[in-house]
Design a protein around this ligand. Sequence first.
Ligand SMILES: NC(=O)c1ccc[n+]([C@@H]2O[C@H](COP(=O)([O-])OP(=O)(O)OC[C@H]3O[C@@H](n4cnc5c(N)ncnc54)[C@H](O)[C@@H]3O)[C@@H](O)[C@H]2O)c1
Length: 267
Amino acid sequence: MAAKTKAMSGVALAVEGFRDEVAVVTGAGSGMGRATALLLASRGLAVAVLDRSDESAKSTVDEIVAGGGRARAWRVDVSKSKDIDRVFERIASKLGPIGYLVNIAGHDAVSPLENITDEDWSRMFAVAVNGCFYCCRAALPGMMARGFGAIVNMSSLHAIRGQAGRTHYAASKAAIMGLTKSLAREKAPLGVRVNAVAPGPIDTPLWRSGRGGGALEKDIVERVKVIPMGRLGEAREIAELIAFLLSDRASYVTGQVVTADGGEIMP
Ligand SMILES: NC(=O)c1ccc[n+]([C@@H]2O[C@H](COP(=O)([O-])OP(=O)(O)OC[C@H]3O[C@@H](n4cnc5c(N)ncnc54)[C@H](O)[C@@H]3O)[C@@H](O)[C@H]2O)c1
């Protein structure tokens, strides 16, 4: 669809303010990653669906293809540097040049700091921070060579305001903010924009799994009391924000961490 629009209009932009280049989305088998992959495909982009779960990645691709979109699945653990390099090479050769990257893969964990093991801490950073670094590093040479690219990284409200019981999670998401801003400054002259989103509570399998203990609905009622909009966010609402930041509609936006939290904090 995007290529057709490009040919018809004779301009470099595809539908909805996107170029006809490939979007790589990590963690695209579930939650916000899945919603983002589906949305970008619906806007005409070919999407590389990356997830550590083969089954989840394929299910996202099946839904995209059933809707007439273009996508391929890759099972990969983003914390494995060599695997990432190999997968990005394969994506470029199978789908085409990578112009868009969305780093969403991550996991949650709850523990008082004194009970966090070395392994817990390392694993949190290996997936959230190292994974983001490896994917950016793998995507950038192609983007820089073509003088075009847009990256969105996943931070969290917890990185901005802190969260008891989630020190390693919040610290890793704060690292994402530093990476995002520094990379944005470094690559702005080369045509690559880099932004991050910092969602509040979004109703996904991950959010639900981290709460409840049999009283999930009560947890939700308590949680939304401090949210002016009075509800959890939905994955598609974050996907819309990510799509905007990737698109040419945000062509003067880089180095930003955009919160989407129903008004919970207004930094
Ligand atoms: N849900 C929320 O309230 C919320 C709020 C702020 C930030 N976040 C962050 O957003 C991201 C997505 O969260 P979600 O709620 O959509 O979660 P989710 O569990 O629904 O989806 C996360 C996906 O990432 C994949 N994944 C996990 N580790 C991976 C790895 N090492 N390599 C490749 N894939 C991996 C999982 O298999 C899963 O499909 C996470 O980084 C999370 O920390 C979530």
